[in-house]
Ligand binder design. Sequence first.
Ligand code: ZN
Length: 347
Amino acid sequence: MTRAIISFDTELSAGLFQRGADARANFESSILGRCREGDFGISFQMDMLERHGLKGVYFVDPMPALVYGPSVIRDIVAPIVARGHEVQLHIHTEWLAFARFNPVGKLTGRNIGDFPLAAQKKLIGLARDMLVRAGAPTPTAFRAGNFGATDDTLRALAALGFRYDSSFNAAYVGQGCGIGLDSKNMGMRDHHGVVEVPVSGLMERAGRFRPAQLCAMSQEEMRDALDHAARRGAVQFSAFSHSFELLSRDREAPNGLAITRMDALCRAVAEDPRLSSGGFADLAPPPGAPAPITVPGPRPLRTWRRVAQQAWGHLRHEVGYIRSIIYVTLNTSRWGKVAGGVLLAMA
Ligand SMILES: [Zn+2]
């Protein structure tokens, strides 16, 4: 049985804070996913999970407590715990730059992996304590903001008693994610004292990994990736999203395409007898000598269908639609690439 972990990075926006949003406004946009049409954040997500009989994992970032105070984190954690979904730890160290109190002195950084080991340990320990004080059970799993973890992050987690890390995302390797694992292996395995649970995905073309993220993968790609994991007998398949990902990029409207994709993902997990739903609490241990779980190979037509579908989504929901059409044309055919080269040369 392959455990399908559907997780949501659940976080207030440092960008909104910088633009003057107070805790309430930030909470309504980033967590409740509120727009004119209604709420499309964590409550909406939990409704959908529960309609399909599934359990989700919410990686909650408690660092905004250093800026806004602790009560907003309690407001995030309470409904997730009350409804029986899992709360685990997420961290965005960007908030340290705005904090009145910085537990690591003058050190700041975009990613947890930017900090020396001792400071990482201190920050993750503090974040865990803030999360528990906000009403969460002691977290056993961790995900770095921006997937910006290093092997030292895993050492810090092991020293603090965490069992799982889920910060390894092959799309971010070399772009913040510095965990020294083979990105061609999606298997869950031990690494520096914790069990690494990589973000799943597939190759969209040779040398280019596409993560199993709601707004990044079509229904077809998600189904193929799920099926691949189940057929290989993988312990887990890990898909992720954000608390605000069912909104359009400008957060002004619901993102119909993302909502449809989430519903399709939930249905695929619920209807497949090879898959179980849940989080880390009762996750099976990694096999003693794990065989590598390969990344599904590219299928150009499948990639083209997703790009075309997303372009249509952009056309309907977002402003930069002309660029999307050009993107489809330029990226999906040889003549498109030639035309793109000519256009670029003329520009
Ligand atoms: Zn995040």
